[in-house]
Design a protein around this ligand. Structure first.
Ligand code: ZN
Length: 107
């Protein structure tokens, strides 16, 4: 999955990713997109359409890096609902979901 930290991105790809991240942040703020924490402590986003190919983990890292208040609130809610805490080790290990947090894997 392409990520914002990829070195060979074209300016167009970078713009598309920035727009996708902005849509995610806005969607989280509006509640149209939900953060989901898995039992491993990794994170997924449910309802994020049109993500320009950015993976959930990549998006999480990008928004966390800017200390997004929308992300923080969405994660706090997801942790409260699931009873699991986000673990940076799980995210670093690449635990991820392709279906908004229903199933998880590291492939
Ligand atoms: Zn995968």
């Amino acid at each position: 999955m392409p990520c914002t930290t990829q070195r060979d991105l074209t300016p167009t790809a970078k713009q598309a990713q920035a727009a996708a991240l902005a849509r995610l942040e806005k969607g989280l703020g509006l509640g149209a997109i939900r953060a989901v924490v898995g039992s491993s402590g990794s994170i997924a986003f449910a309802g994020w359409q049109d993500n320009s190919g950015i993976s959930d983990l990549c998006a999480y890292k990008a928004l966390a890096a800017t200390n997004s208040p929308e992300l923080r609130r969405a994660v706090a809610r997801a942790e409260a609902i699931s009873g699991y805490k986000v673990k940076t080790q799980a995210i670093a290990a690449g635990h991820h979901s392709h279906d908004g947090g229903k199933t998880w894997g590291t492939h």
